[in-house]
Write a protein that binds this ligand. Structure first.
Ligand SMILES: Cc1cc2nc3c(=O)[nH]c(=O)nc-3n(C[C@H](O)[C@H](O)[C@H](O)COP(=O)(O)O)c2cc1C
Length: 267
């Protein structure tokens, strides 16, 4: 496949690799140790094995969560959706060594099935883990966890993220203060055994390019119509063009939006 983008390639510092790999769902890691609970966002996490089911989270050694999980030998991953965007950023700017973040955010929790770490209400999936090993990796510690329980909201996740309802899509972290959500599900159609792969793939590439071109045109048209309505003073629904907050999210009882202070280094 000829590629015009080759002429636009630019070099970036090696630290950019982490941001390029980033994009998995944001998880809030909760822990409970010696009577104290803590929560911190993590995006350096990965599945590591299917049987047994193992996942890894990389925590910088200085994190209070790293200390708590090292001692408690268990943790839970809570997956927030977009309504909790600002909570996530706040939790990543504060250390549990200085404040009780669950108390500060008045976040309601519920009991996990297999671990003592609390589970956070308002999230859309929860994974509980027992620490199998801790591997030092550079300035981080990789906590390898055996998955002992998984719970989901079935309208958010069935055998995969469903992405139907905008309110229950996982959050993805792009770096600094920037996040995104996945837009929708696409089904890939690989060439069959009897197809000439190069020809079939070239046709499908053209189809996809045409589809994305059409979609862009439709969106531009819609934006034009909305701009016209705004000029006339009409009420508009920005969710039509995938820009708005979508239907109003009702926070779980007792969940107050905390005051955000820029404290710690941002990932
Ligand atoms: C979206 C987001 C993702 C983050 N991912 C990680 C991570 O994977 N590993 C890590 O060590 N710190 C990560 N951080 C930074 C920690 O969450 C942050 O330092 C937090 O204050 C640690 O809290 P603790 O000291 O109570 O454990 C992330 C921060 C944000 C906002």
């Amino acid at each position: 496949m000829a590629d015009d983008t080759l002429v636009e390639i630019e070099r970036r510092p090696i630290t950019a690799a982490a941001r390029i790999l980033a994009g998995g769902p944001v998880a809030l890691v909760t822990s409970s140790d010696r009577g104290r609970m803590n929560v911190a966002p993590v995006v350096w996490h990965t599945p590591l094995s299917s049987t047994p089911a193992l996942v890894g989270i990389a925590l910088e050694r200085s994190r209070h969560s790293a200390e708590m999980i090292s001692h408690a030998e268990e943790f839970a991953l809570n997956f927030p959706a977009r309504a909790l965007l600002h909570h996530v950023q706040y939790l990543g700017a504060m250390s549990g060594s200085r404040i009780d973040k669950i108390e500060a955010t008045q976040w309601e929790t519920f009991e996990a099935i297999e671990v003592d770490a609390p589970l956070l209400t308002g999230c859309i999936a929860w994974v509980e883990c027992k620490v199998q090993q801790v591997v030092p990796v550079g300035d981080h510690l990789l906590f390898v966890g055996v998955v002992v329980s998984v719970q989901v909201l079935p309208h958010a996740f069935d055998e995969r993220w469903l992405l139907k309802d905008a309110d229950v899509r996982p959050l993805h972290f792009l770096g600094e203060r920037y996040y995104s959500v996945l837009e929708g599900v696409m089904e890939a159609r690989a060439p069959g055994n009897s197809d000439a792969p190069e020809r079939v793939l070239a046709d499908r590439l053209v189809e996809e390019l045409e589809l994305s071109h059409d979609a862009q045109e439709r969106r531009a048209e819609l934006l034009g119509e909305l701009a016209h309505d705004v000029a006339l003073g009409n009420v508009i629904d920005v969710s039509q063009v995938g820009m708005g907050p979508g239907p109003l999210w009702v926070p779980p009882p007792g969940l107050a939006l905390p005051h955000v202070s820029e404290g710690e280094r941002e990932r």
